[in-house]
Design a protein around this ligand. Sequence first.
Ligand SMILES: [Fe+2]
Length: 177
Amino acid sequence: MRRATASSSPNPRAAPVFHGAGAGEIGRVLREEHEQMLGAVERLRGERDEERCHALLRQVRRAWVIHALAEETVVYKALEGAPVREAAGAHADERFVEHELVQGLFEQLSRTRCSTLEWHARLNVARGIIARHIESEHEELFGQLASRFDAAGLGEIARRFRLAREKLTLLEEAKAA
Ligand SMILES: [Fe+2]
């Protein structure tokens, strides 16, 4: 059963709302991060000023890179070797591709003017992939985590995820300096 979809929002123009349950502390950390990410993309869609638009894009792009790497190296890695249903396993591979696709779209957006049709098209496609990605994580990844780890294990994954995020943030800041 789908726990949440974009249509669960009363306003079709509003950001999708996801409610994926479980996965303890790491679930809470990821849910919060996902909400922030979608919120930032929504702000980007509404931004018209060229300079502010690109400044916000740089933030969103960096947050996505950090999210993707921290998740891949800590969360997906924790599930490596875990027995999964065939369909869920296929989606696990798709999550890596979605991380890459969104990074590519952000990269192209960084060379595009905000007022153009190309900007809106690329941003809308990126938003769609992000929403699908989050939905798949809340519906499948969280369930896999919850069935493999107890509360202490999920807490330990959250601790390692935060640590990876801090290190990656420092690295990205150094790159941007
Ligand atoms: Fe992700």
